[in-house]
Design a protein around this ligand. Sequence first.
Ligand code: FES
Length: 154
Amino acid sequence: MDNPLDRILKQYPNTRRDNLLPLLQDIHDSLGYLSEESIIKVSQHLSLPSSKVYGVATFFDQFHFEPQAHFVIRICSGTSCHLSGSAEIMDEFKKTLNIRPGQTTRDGVFRLEEVPCLGACGLSPIVEVNGESHTGFSVQQIADLVEACKENVA
Ligand code: FES
């Protein structure tokens, strides 16, 4: 599966510097924060010093530079995913994790987010975990996914 960072960079074949902010926003939307790796890759992609990229990013309050949770679970609520059962998937995640979208579990392991169309409607419903897509997702997969994540935290 494509690294989410590389996938986003591919969407910006034009390496004009005015792509800097949209790129940072897309990466932040996908990963939930701007990692050191993402700052370096963006600087290479746009041929800018990484100090410049970091300087621009820190100017904006909305960017985080540390993960907001070990696992950021994002559920697409676009039309296609909605018709394929994303609302039921969200309800089950809410029950399982005992949080609402936009919240993080007290132990900092999970964050739940509802996001608009992720651009892969033919593979709906889509759940992303730390930017990695799980396509054709079903409610039955939630317990296993949550368990697998917990095992990876220890
Ligand atoms: S509606 Fe979910 S990917 Fe488009």
